[in-house]
Ligand binder design. Sequence first.
Ligand code: 5GP
Ligand code: ZN
Length: 141
Amino acid sequence: MSSDCPFCGIVAGEIPGRIVHETDTVTAFLDANPLAPGHTLVVPNDHYERLDDLSEELARDIFAALHQLTPAVESAVDADGTTVAFNNGSTAGQEVPHVHGHAIPRFADDGGAPIHVVAGDRPDLTDDELDRTAADIRDAR
Ligand code: 5GP
Ligand code: ZN
């Protein structure tokens, strides 16, 4: 537990949170400043900052919770779809340094956008560059 982390505080019951799901390893609660009704966060109960800090098992648990909660959240707020995303690292917009998956309900004509807009200008990559990048990712696993 990190003493100045709001999500550790919610998991520990020291900070109020509208908890919607709890297991031995993960907790889900409503976002305090929601982007849409039903905006839900799924966190590991232990403090890890980034996705690559998680064990494979804990990563599975987080995704399993998102998988279970997404239809429940949609049903609760009568949403038409959901954007599920992680801001992984401060450059990606992560403000709370405790891994959290966002489940953001989406509604027809909600004025939002698809995830394609988050990264700024699209690079113009050649086939060779794409091949090299794919190989580099395979090698780095
Ligand atoms: P990030 O930008 O780190 O991916 O998103 C952090 C999210 O956590 C934001 O959507 C913000 O509204 C939410 N948040 C920050 N502090 C608290 C808190 O104390 N309680 C709850 N429930 N949500 C919080
Ligand atoms: Zn924490």
